[in-house]
Write a protein that binds this ligand. Structure first.
Ligand code: 13P
Ligand code: SF4
Length: 315
């Protein structure tokens, strides 16, 4: 198969034969977003993955997302197009250093961003995503001592809006953290009628000039509520595909990282291709395997996140 049309037909046929479900994150290439059974941000994908009844889940995102799906629905086979599709945030938090860090802050509740490995989740009290971090933090008493890992930009933003002083792990997303306020401001000056929407993984300087800060779902909803407007999007490029579908009359400009580059592609998300997805469905591999004992430990803080999100009306 050498063209997209044939590959898409092949993928849909294999999906039918194997009763598979394709889940995709908004940062996937448009072709994968368009053929997925369900597309969402990290929170929506976790919720969806937990309730899937099909025997085979093809997860088009990055490793921690597929691993979370496997933890939440362990009896299903979870396959991915590329096992090497990781995440710089998850990589920034290796187990040995995290254990040492926890030892430095005894009696702290550990809130961990979903962009982390199962081993890190297993050492955490509650998981959060960018879509529920405020509600998760605010579900704890005001005087509770909290460690937040691994994204210091998201953690700093949550500290600011909740008035907490959580201890932050020093990790960043290599895609969002690279966006500079200088380059964004320059684009804003050239487009004074544009609203700036930003993901909370962006650095503080970018967040300070944003008109709206929110998760991937949050940003898509926001642009959909402002028809006929122009937006500067400080996030990964894949999100613009859904924004254009929801609000085709809007204009979208991708926030630049610097003078020469406005290519905010997550190198990991973009490892997934139609060809790799086709092969994954054909061979039912590579498969995500999580040790049962580890999965049980990691599931508790994820379930706690889902419970709080449900109570808060987020899912
Ligand atoms: P969302 O939780 O908004 O889907 O973000 C996930 C992510 O990896 C952002 O870089
Ligand atoms: Fe990880 Fe950043 Fe890619 Fe999201 S965009 S998957 S946080 S590297």
């Amino acid at each position: 198969m050498n063209n997209n049309k044939e590959l898409i037909e092949g993928i849909l046929e294999l999906k039918r034969q194997k009763h598979a479900v394709i889940l995709a994150h908004y940062y996937q290439i448009p072709e994968i977003q368009d053929l997925a059974d369900f597309i969402g941000d990290s929170l929506a994908l976790s919720q969806r993955a937990k309730n899937i009844e099909s025997p085979l889940i093809a997860f088009c995102g990055v490793h921690f997302m597929a691993e979370t799906a496997k933890i939440l629905n362990p009896d299903k086979k979870v396959i991915v197009p590329d096992l090497n599709a990781g995440c710089s945030l998850a990589d920034s938090c290796p187990l040995d250093r995290f254990e040492e860090f926890l030892g430095e802050y005894p009696q702290h509740t550990v809130i961990t961003y979903i962009n982390s490995t199962a081993r890190i989740k297993a050492l955490s009290d509650i998981i959060c995503t960018s879509g529920n971090a405020v509600q998760i933090v605010e579900s704890l008493p005001k005087d509770e001592k909290i460690i937040f890992a691994p994204d210091k930009n998201l953690g700093g933003y949550i500290n600011q809006i909740t008035g907490r002083e959580m201890v932050l792990w020093d990790g960043v997303c290599q895609v969002h953290d690279l966006l500079t306020a200088e380059a964004v401001l320059k684009l804003k000056m050239q487009n004074s009628d544009a609203l700036l929407v930003a993901h909370p993984e962006c650095n503080r300087a970018v967040l300070e000039i944003a008109d709206y800060i929110g998760s991937t779902n949050g940003m898509i909803k926001f642009v959909g509520q402002h028809k006929g407007k122009k937006f500067i999007v400080a996030s990964e490029t894949g999100i613009v595909h859904q924004m254009k579908k929801i609000a085709p009359e809007n204009e979208f400009l991708v926030a630049p990282a610097n003078e020469t580059c406005s290519c905010n592609d997550c190198p990991y998300m973009k490892m997934n291709t139609l060809e790799k997805l086709y092969k994954a469905l054909l061979t039912e591999s590579p498969e995500i395997i999580v040790d049962q004992d580890l999965a049980e430990k990691a599931r508790k803080p994820i379930d706690r996140m889902l419970e709080i999100s449900k109570k808060a009306g987020l899912i």
